[in-house]
Design a protein around this ligand. Structure first.
Ligand code: FES
Ligand code: FE2
Length: 339
């Protein structure tokens, strides 16, 4: 029997059962069923030069990988030596091959085993298992993503939302700030709050003066959703792209704010804010001007919900058909992937 089921018709549907957020079993199951099957943001392609060690979803999957540029080709490789498991590349560097610092095993930049000292006479050696595993890597407009075992292509995950974003995606973007917020709430509560503009008039008084609630829209796609807010003149103030399960790309006139939601425990989440600026002159204007203030308001409600869903008297609620399509869509994907 499926653990969770969410009725496709939003008018009849009930929200995700609170067991999903509270039971540690589902937190663990989400790693394998949701996070290993989806795409994780690594960095901008322009940030990478030579060998670049990183990890797929730190704190959750913690899979050590490296980006390796070999001539024109960029690959994502396992960063674990196939001999006894040492991490191969510890710091970004430039090199024409990869050499393990433990016993000298060498690999080419495409991950192929090259040589190993003191291994004469070893049978069936080297074999394919001595090469570094190549990890699925995808590039969406200069944003790099990796996945352990993707359920679908990155293009399918982003979907048609991409075509509707009003943003000059070719604008050169510079990473100007990185900030981490620690939230005392389940990762999915943080995401589902992001997925509706319903709360804007109640929770974000300042933002509500900039974004016109009446013309706020939400569209859902296979694995993504797009919310659009307009200003009082009808111009797009912000596009909020959510890529399931935990990535938020917020497009503002000045550039892109990327939020990576990283589960820590069933009641604790870290949200990383990466600021990519295209046009500094526009930084203090409009919907993307007070991101910290809006974040504090969101955290307060999300932490309040975390305390509320522990109640013996709460198990699930219902959806607004006009304002909570994004949250309904998110719950349906969780139910689908958890099985
Ligand atoms: S662990 Fe890499 S050579 Fe031994
Ligand atoms: Fe909010």
């Amino acid at each position: 029997m499926a653990h969770f089921e969410i009725e496709p018709d939003i008018r009849r549907a009930r929200t995700l059962s609170s067991d999903f957020y509270l039971d540690p079993e589902f937190f663990e199951l989400s790693k394998e069923k949701i996070f290993e099957r989806t795409w994780h943001f690594l960095c901008r392609e322009s940030e990478v030069d030579g060998l670049w060690p990183t990890a797929i979803l730190p704190g959750v999957l913690d899979e050590p990988v490296m980006l390796a540029r070999d001539g024109g080709e960029l690959r994502c490789l396992s960063n674990v030596c196939t001999h006894r498991g040492k991490i191969l590349v510890e710091e970004p560097c430039k090199a024409n091959l990869i050499r393990c610092g433990y016993h000298g095993r060498r690999f080419s930049l495409d991950g192929k085993f090259l040589s190993m000292p003191e291994f004469d006479g070893v049978e069936n050696f080297p074999s394919e298992t001595d090469d570094l595993k190549q990890v699925p890597l995808a590039n969406w407009n200069g944003f790099l993503f990796a996945s352990i075992d993707p359920k679908d292509s990155l293009d399918a995950f982003v979907g048609e939302a991409a075509e509707q974003i009003e943003f000059d995606i070719k604008m050169p973007l510079k990473l100007t700030a990185k900030r981490e917020y620690r939230v005392n709430a389940h990762w999915a509560l943080y995401c589902e709050n992001y997925l509706e503009g319903f709360h804007i008039p109640y929770v974000h008084k300042g933002l509500n003066e900039i974004v016109d609630y009446g013309t706020y829209t939400t569209e859902t796609f296979r694995y993504s959703s797009l919310q659009t807010g307009h200003d009082s003149e009808g111009k797009v103030a912000a596009n909020y792209l959510f890529i399931f399960p935990n990535l938020m790309f917020n497009f503002y006139p000045w550039g892109v704010s990327v939020n990576v939601v990283r589960p820590v425990s069933p009641g604790e989440t870290v949200v990383e804010f990466l600021t990519y600026v295209g046009d500094t002159a526009l930084l203090d204007h409009g919907a993307g001007s007070d991101l910290h203030g809006v974040e504090m308001e969101d955290e307060a409600v999300v932490e309040s919900v975390q305390r509320g869903i522990r109640s013996r008297f709460y198990s699930h609620g219902r959806y607004s058909p006009t304002r909570e399509q994004g949250t309904h869509h998110f719950h349906r994907l969780i139910a689908e992937l958890i099985g």
